[in-house]
Design a protein around this ligand. Structure first.
Ligand code: GLP
Length: 347
């Protein structure tokens, strides 16, 4: 599991939005092979969605062949209620991008047969070959989607009673009145999320620091359902400094040091988005040294007796080496500028 720590909510959102954009683009989705994306609601991903909308507006990503599945929805709340997750998703993301309505999947909390609705949702995910990237969020009690403490870690999409703590936490969206917060929800299960080929969880704020510590430093436990991410082969948590308050300083330094090794020692140009090593790795230092040696040699060998032709050849060769180096440097630095702007790391 990777843990990426950023200064604040804004930087977390930049990282996550850039990551989602790049994953979609690298996948090169088509009508026949769409990119299947799991999405969450709540205040944590709002800024991510706004940044994705900006990327879309700038022509840097298209949602034409993206299919989405949302984590959850309240039971009994009309679809067009300002606090329904339908309204949330359309307002913050879908209506601003070129996603096809038929490609959006949000559970219907008003379905006449809720169990059937949940079964259909799972079947639809399976039909598309599973979810490529699941972007999740958590509640302060460590629930992922609406998988409250004690939920089975092998759970699937189903009806769930909300925990009292969640009702209190979400009352802020219902004028602070807990009686107006729905008490039931439909939610994907822990296993539905963990079946995705990649899981990315956004955790921000001091109020989620205990959940983050339980998830990262303690064992897999159904009382903190997000901890199931420990079992995932491609789990990624992106958090802000506030959310690390309950972690040991040693833990935070450890995860930061991995990122440092990646960027300063291995080099960002040698790494894929998911932290994987790219083939044909370039040792930046070695290449630069070799270029300097060649240039020096060509200067020292500058013999007046040699023909002008030879000189020209040497110059051309040195210039070609120089240009190749510059080119590579340029492409590295473009990559680096883009990456470091989004990932906020210093060259
Ligand atoms: C609700 C949703 C979760 C979401 C959580 C986070 O409980 N059901 O899917 O992850 O809110 O909310 P926030 O980001 O507002 O803290």
């Amino acid at each position: 599991m990777r843990l990426i720590v950023r200064q604040d909510h804004e930087e977390v959102a930049s990282y996550v939005a850039y990551y989602v954009k790049e994953r979609i683009n690298q996948f090169q989705p088509t009508q026949e092979r769409p990119f299947v994306l799991g999405l969450a609601t709540g205040s944590s991903p709002i800024l991510v969605y706004h940044k994705l909308v900006d990327f879309y507006a700038a022509g840097q990503v298209s949602f034409e062949h993206v299919v989405t599945f949302n984590t959850d929805e309240y039971v009994g709340l009309p679809k067009d209620h300002p606090q329904s997750y339908h309204t949330f998703m359309w307002n913050h993301l879908f209506k601003h991008v070129n996603i096809k309505k038929a490609n959006v999947h949000i559970l219907d909390g008003n379905a006449s047969n809720l169990d059937e609705e949940c079964r259909k949702f799972e079947a639809e995910i399976a039909k598309l070959g599973g979810i490529e990237l699941f972007l999740g969020g958590i509640g302060p009690d460590g629930h992922i989607a609406f998988n409250e403490p004690g939920s089975s870690l092998t759970s699937r999409t189903r009806v769930k009673t909300l925990a009292y703590e969640t009702i209190i936490a979400n009352a802020r969206f219902f004028g602070g009145d807990i009686s107006r917060v729905p008490k039931l929800a439909l939610t994907v299960g822990v296993a539905t999320v963990m079946d995705a080929r990649e899981v990315m969880v956004v955790i921000t704020g001091a109020h989620k620091s205990l959940a983050l510590a339980k998830c990262v430093e303690e064992g897999v436990n159904h009382m903190w359902t997000v901890s199931a991410i420990q079992m995932h082969p491609k789990g990624l948590i992106v958090c802000d400094e506030d959310a690390t308050l309950e972690l040991h300083v040693k833990t935070v330094k450890y995860f930061k040091s991995i990122e440092h090794v990646h960027h300063s020692i291995i080099g960002p140009h040698n790494l894929g988005l998911q932290g994987n090593l790219l083939r044909n790795m370039v040792d930046t230092n070695q290449a630069a040294k070799r270029r300097r040696r060649l240039m020096l040699q060509s200067l020292l060998n500058n013999d007046d007796e040699k023909s002008e032709e030879e000189d020209e050849e040497k110059k051309a060769a040195a210039a070609a080496v120089e240009e190749a180096g510059k080119k590579r440097k340029r492409s590295n630095s473009t990559y680096w500028e883009e990456t470091s702007a989004a990932l906020d790391v210093n060259p």
